[in-house]
Unconditional design. Structure first.
Length: 545
């Protein structure tokens, strides 16, 4: 039997067994020790998956699926620096930014460049964290109160998540993130800040990203109008793998930080792309974040599959997608500092595994990436959870909680965590007709009212979720959580036999936009050549010009 055949056989077996599976409520009632059997802990993170409808037999089958699919071999290839991004013939080396062991996989000159980029990033971050430009005197002429970070996708989502999680102190400059090519937010921002007190950070791997360069040109003009050329360039920084293009744009050479061609954007926050985050949280905390990420790397490499958090999480994601046929997945952090986590994970998940062909170019035989959505609890409870509880689409959720707060209002923290635990439980066990009728009777409802309202107030339950609990929101714990998600997505890709590290689907719309723009602006002879778009282009052009 071939590898692919055995994968299909295991999935089909799990699917058939699932048809006669007990409800999550029954599994929880029948096994008082279910939490102990279906949870794992690593350092400051608890992973509780007891509210997924898997049994010990199912988990064993999923672990066999990982073995048959070659998760261990793929993991070894990843960390050995083999070119596992086969469509671009490129190694996937972003974990090096966490370990800083560049010499193990890179030629000596490139390893040296990476070390220098990391050290330069920390030096720049240290000065900016204190509110001053680097590489010069610390006085009013070098005071920085604002940082404008320009990037898109992976060049922004990770740094923004970290900056919101660890926002810095009173001396730390306010950070403003600009991504969309929409100029409204940028112009509103520039009207409210001073060019003399602002540093600009341009993040683009290729330094050809149209959205980044469009903003960059406007920002440079804005500062040039108020500052002499030397003062303006002292406030301009770049993170890129194309240093020569950044230099040609006008960024001083000692303000350019290399990120490496092998650093995928959605996995880049550990590299100098994280400069802005290192400013807000402080360079020492940023290094602690990387240390936490490296600890999860080691756990992923060394822990047995049955105890391995990323492997189990990735297998359960495949279970939800391929056995339970769930097309969506929700990420609900119960801590406002993690409001950027759903957006960051949307890209990590959907850009990595939103593929329809295998690594060999054949059509996939299993459904791949779910749609990822989410928001912070308890806000999400008043927006998303109606559909989660009673909608026709069952959406598996990841709840993320932080046990110890960084404030002294323990009553509020207890209430917050109570809501998290209540939602995970309510989704799992629901409320049947008998329980609902008794509740309404206790509310004083008449028999007629109970009959009329009963179908509307029953909660079907059997809605699965995972619960992650961080002991505290420390750089180390957040680093571990983010790397856990990175490797979980990689495990999925191995099961699905797809390449998690390219993103060709991003390109087509951007290419088309290049021909539509001249047509909209009325450039003589410009045509877009796109079927069915003429009428809409003419409509917009008539009202734009």
């Amino acid at each position: 039997m071939t590898n692919s055949s055995r994968i299909s056989e295991i999935i089909n077996m799990l699917y058939k067994n699932n048809k006669k599976k007990a409800l999550i409520r029954d599994l929880l009632l029948e096994d008082p020790g279910r939490f102990r059997h279906f949870s794992r802990k690593f350092q400051g993170i608890l992973f509780d998956f007891s509210r997924c409808a898997v049994t010990e037999k199912d988990l064993s089958a999923l672990l066999e699926l990982a073995e048959v699919a070659g998760v261990s071999e793929a993991r070894a290839a990843l960390f050995a620096g083999e070119p596992i991004n086969n469509s671009e013939n490129r190694a996937v080396l972003h974990p090096l930014w966490r370990s800083l062991e560049f010499d193990t996989l890179l030629e000596s000159e490139e390893a040296k460049e990476c070390r220098q980029a990391h050290e330069r990033m920390l030096a720049v971050a240290r000065a900016l964290h204190d509110g001053f430009l680097p590489f010069g005197p610390r006085d009013d002429s070098t005071r920085i109160r604002h940082i404008v970070h320009v990037g898109i996708g992976g060049s922004l989502l990770g740094p923004r998540l970290l900056s919101e999680a660890f926002p810095g102190g009173a001396r730390t400059p306010a950070v403003h993130f600009i991504s969309s090519v929409d100029a409204w937010e940028r112009e509103r921002l520039l009207a409210s800040i001073s060019p003399t007190e602002t540093a600009i950070v341009l993040v683009s791997k290729s330094f050809t990203t149209s959205e980044v360069l469009a903003h960059a040109r406007r920002l440079v003009q804005w500062q040039a109008a108020a500052l002499d050329p030397d003062a303006a360039t002292k406030r301009l920084f770049a993170v890129t793998s194309a240093a020569e293009k950044a230099a040609a744009f006008g960024v001083p050479s000692d303000h350019i930080m290399q990120m490496g061609e092998w650093t995928g954007g959605r996995f880049s926050l550990w590299s100098p792309v994280g400069l802005t985050a290192a400013v807000t949280m402080g360079p020492d905390a940023f290094e602690r974040l990387c240390a936490g990420g490296e600890a999860m790397d080691r756990h992923f490499r060394e822990a047995p599959p049955a105890e391995n958090l990323p492997i189990i999480h990735g297998l359960l994601s495949c279970w939800q997608r391929n056995v339970q046929s769930r097309s969506c997945r929700g990420i609900i952090p119960y801590d406002g500092r993690l409001r950027g986590l759903p957006g960051w994970l949307q890209q990590v998940q959907m850009e990595s595994n939103g593929k329809c062909v295998t690594q060999s170019g054949e059509p996939v035989t299993l459904a791949t990436s779910p749609v990822v959505l989410g928001d912070c609890g308890t806000d999400a409870q008043h927006a998303l959870f109606q559909a989660f509880h009673q909608g026709t689409e069952v959406v598996p959720l990841d709840f993320i909680g932080v046990i110890r707060p960084d404030h002294d209002d323990y009553a509020a923290q207890t209430e917050l965590l109570s809501h998290l635990l209540a939602q995970a439980s309510a989704l799992a066990v629901g409320r049947d007709a008998e329980q609902t009728a008794r509740m309404m009777e206790a509310e004083g409802k008449s028999p007629e009212q109970i009959t009329a309202l009963l179908p509307h107030r029953v909660m079907p339950g059997n809605r699965p979720s995972n619960v992650f609990m961080l002991d505290a929101l420390t750089p180390e714990n957040l680093g571990m959580l983010l790397v856990l998600y990175e490797h979980s997505v990689f495990v999925e890709s191995v099961i699905w036999k797809i390449n998690a590290f390219d993103q060709w689907g991003v390109e087509l719309g951007k290419v088309m936009a290049g021909s539509i723009g001249p047509a909209l602006s009325g450039t003589p002879g410009a045509g877009h050549g796109i079927p069915g778009l003429d009428g809409l282009v003419e409509y917009v052009k008539d009202r734009l010009n």
